[in-house]
Design a protein around this ligand. Structure first.
Ligand code: PEP
Ligand code: MN
Length: 346
């Protein structure tokens, strides 16, 4: 496959410049054979120009009316870089929002196991104010001898839960062979930690017309996570939610080490919403609330949390799922910190 140009230059329009002036810049870029990505923000418009560096250097961009500043995009990630978007990105799904001042509370079982378990959980999380329903249909399990998920049957149960509660569905896609099935039923496609750098799968969801929840890999750096997101964005899908879910370290007192520093860095580096999964990081249910509170306080745009009507009977991740009977109290605690941060549930 041939290499392609990446966005190289950022053209920042002056506050108070007009839409016509931005259109004029875009028209000049297009005439020169340069692609332009325009982001209109509350206070400014920014235009990212994609094309040959030498060609870009010949254009008198700074002289065009309304242009305040022209600067190179120096980071290896381009489309997801903070400065390429005038405002933080808000992902909207069926009227639910994640990003900027909107906080997403995604909750549901680790795995979809039965109709009863799925509907019971969906009702409980909807009543508690969750904004989306999670549930695994295709499960990435460490052991091939453990429950692998109900597959398409699970997708149908999730669809039924959505019809009853109105909650959009978040579910994992593990394999390009399941793209059609998952896209038929999911509202947000989850890419799990183990597939965080599966570049062909990332490109596949980059061509999909549904938002992607991209989890950080177990030993993926912040920069690698942003480059993984860039694979998705490059294909045209910029509706991406990033998720910190804990990384592998020498520490074994929690299942993974929740890297909240990475959340603060990501908020600095990208315009995409960043959420936190305290369940997989903690590995035990008593730690989920404290980690969730800390995630909200560090600036996360949402949480994805596992809950089950009878966690002790769960077919996967039994020790970290919160009983649905306790989920409303959990959501109330989270909501308090969310409001302290000047945000509200989307
Ligand atoms: C999950 O969310 O169900 C999951 C398997 O998470 P992760 O990919 O982060 O391990
Ligand atoms: Mn799980």
């Amino acid at each position: 496959m041939a290499t392609v140009h990446s966005p190289e230059l950022l053209i920042v329009m002056a506050p108070g410049s007009t839409g016509d002036e931005a259109d004029h810049v875009v028209a000049r870029l297009q005439e020169a054979g340069v692609d332009a990505r325009v982001s209109v923000g509350r206070e400014a418009t920014v235009i990212a120009a994609t094309g040959d560096r030498e060609l870009l250097a010949t254009l008198p961009l700074e002289g065009y009316p309304g242009v305040a500043q022209v600067m190179p995009i120096l980071k290896p990630y381009k489309l997801v870089a903070r400065e390429v978007s005038a405002d933080p990105t808000v992902i909207e799904v069926d009227g639910r929002r994640v990003g900027d001042t909107w906080f997403g509370l995604i909750a549901g079982p680790c795995s979809v196991e039965t109709r009863e378990q799925t509907l019971e959980t969906a009702r409980a999380v909807a009543a508690a104010g969750a904004t989306m329903l999670r549930g695994g249909a295709f499960k990435p399990r460490t052991s091939p001898y453990t429950f692998q998920g109900l597959g398409v049957d699970a997708l149908e149960l999730l669809e039924e839960a959505k019809a009853e509660t109105g909650l959009p569905i978040v579910t994992e896609l593990m394999d390009p062979r399941h793209v059609e099935d998952v896209l038929d039923h999911a509202d947000v496609i989850q890419i799990g930690a183990r597939n965080s750098q599966n570049f062909l799968l990332l490109a596949e969801v980059g061509r999909a017309h549904k938002p992607v929840l991209l989890k950080r890999g177990l030993s993926t750096s912040v920069e690698e996570l942003l480059m993984a997101a860039e694979y998705i964005a490059k294909e045209g899908n910029e509706r991406i939610i990033l998720c910190e879910r804990g990384i592998k370290t020498f520490e074994t007192s929690t299942r993974f080490t929740l890297d909240l520093g990475a959340v603060a860095v990501l908020k600095h580096e990208t315009h995409l919403p960043v959420i936190v999964d305290p369940s997989h990081a903690a590995g035990r249910r008593d730690l989920v609330l404290p980690l969730a509170r800390a995630a909200v306080a560090v600036g996360a745009d949402g949480l994805i949390v596992e809950t089950h009507p009878r966690p002790e009977e769960a077919l996967s991740d039994a020790s970290q799922q919160i009983p649905t009977a306790e989920f409303a109290a959990f959501a109330d605690e989270v909501r308090e910190v969310v409001s302290l941060m000047g945000k509200e549930l989307g």
